[in-house]
Write a new protein. Sequence first.
Length: 309
Amino acid sequence: MHTATNSYEYPDIDMETLAPDLSGTALPNPVGQGGQGLEKAAAITKVATPAPTQTKRQTTKSAPRRSATVPEKEHRVTAQPGFVLHSYPHKETSLIVDIFSRDHGRIALVAKGAKRPHSMLRGVLQTFQPLSVGWSGKAEVRTLVAAEWVGGLLPLEKSALLCGFYLNELLVKLLARDDPHPVLFNHYVAALNQLAHDEPAPIVLRKFELALMKETGVATDFTVCTSTGNVIDPQQHYVVDPESGPRIARAADRWPSVLGKTLLDMERQDYSDAVTQAQSKVLMRFLLAHQLGGMPLNTRQILIDLLQL
């Protein structure tokens, strides 16, 4: 396995232990990572109104009071680690960029003038490259104010590039906006790093898919049977209810049946067994299809054709 030339500077990310996986969806353009948190700017200023002056015999009427103007608090974030997931044109010279940020989750930013020939943003807002991003505003679409390439990850090439787009598509379709997932962010960084170093794509994708479902709260503990309350038996066959978790398989079940060993292997991220690899692929495809509610994954068929995922 190759080693990246530059060390990746995301805090608290252990590339050896995080080994996440994803399985089939992608979009273009990542924004990087590297910074700290959000900087609260703009204090609320209260304008004092002069008190009416009084004399012994009469009170002079003061001018009509104006209500104090309280400016809205400006939401500004600086030096936030992030990746571009997807971007599309906005007006003549700008882009709307979908960013996956470490501490703020998935957000939409307008990159003003990014399509102009000499814009410094043109070469920066690329997918799968770690960025340090800053933005301002509190609307659904904020304004990008800074984006800097951080470096530290090898570029994705060939089939690894398609796998990266698959990961991005999963994040765009399954993550709500403004919902922070710092642990999932670390899994994403680890998955990109593993793909860039030619680790087996099916295993990387399976790990990320499960991490995504667990971090978003739609996958339960694969070590406990919900119908009995007992620990999963490696030799028993189970189905995984998308809403409640593993239960003992029945003859009438139309959901994919997997061995208990497969579920236990997935929990400990051990995909060395060929049976585990095959059964986990079918299981994750079923669970993702349920969560997507019929939405197709645009990169799925290409990945199936190229990698037999």
